[in-house]
Design a binder for this molecule. Sequence first.
Ligand code: ZN
Ligand code: ZN
Length: 274
Amino acid sequence: MMQITLLGTGSPIPDPMRAGPSTLVRGADTNLLVDCGRAVLMRLAAAGVLPPMLHAVLVTHLHSDHLTDLNDVITTHWVMNPQPSTLPLFGPPGLRDVVDATLGALAPDIRYRIAHHDDLTRPPTVEVTEVAPGGRFRVGHAEVRVAGTDHRPVEPTVAFRVEGDGHSVVLGGDGVPCGGLDELCRGADAYVQTVIRDDLVRQVPNARFQDIVDYHSTVEDAARTAARAGVRTLVLTHYVPPMAPDQADDWRAFAAAHFSGEIVLGDDLTTIRP
Ligand SMILES: [Zn+2]
Ligand SMILES: [Zn+2]
């Protein structure tokens, strides 16, 4: 059985109710964390998963909102594990440098803890695999396929398709529709896409905020991708601007105009069983 939990449905905009972008994909014996935005470990704990229970971290791209709590994931995976355990990380080229720099920033903490705990003798170990479009890898019972996405000028960026237990889910990350994403989504049970509402963004009189419009999927874009690819369930997350509690039907209607399948929107910890 596969299960998707939207750990964080927020964006770079601080929100008291929404953690940063992060999604948990659970299959039989396999827990995959996709991106690790603000407060990811609080939401993971609420979903009943502690860092040592993660089998891998998948990173769609190196924008800070998707990575800001990677340091917390690495540290807590390390200190909570009774035995030395390697944390596998998969993401686009550049991830290794980011992880190395993160470990560099953690150096004093690592030193303190090793000096203080007799049974903690080794620093955290991570295994970074930089992935490319068309790549495949396996984590436990899950088979993962990689496609390139279009989030330019941010590059490289990737999406993942996780398959296992007879189910499939695509994590689209940030970006506008593109052929690689269409192909990855083809026939998937669920497609999770980060979205913006460009009609609402355009009403905000802030030039820097307007820059986000040209490199994110709108709700309609995501719905059209889902329809073209024949996915069963469209899952929307990373709501920009933040989706107010009474706006869900409004957002859903924008998607439903282009996609006739199931559409899921919600708060942090919304869980879907595709
Ligand atoms: Zn981004
Ligand atoms: Zn983002």
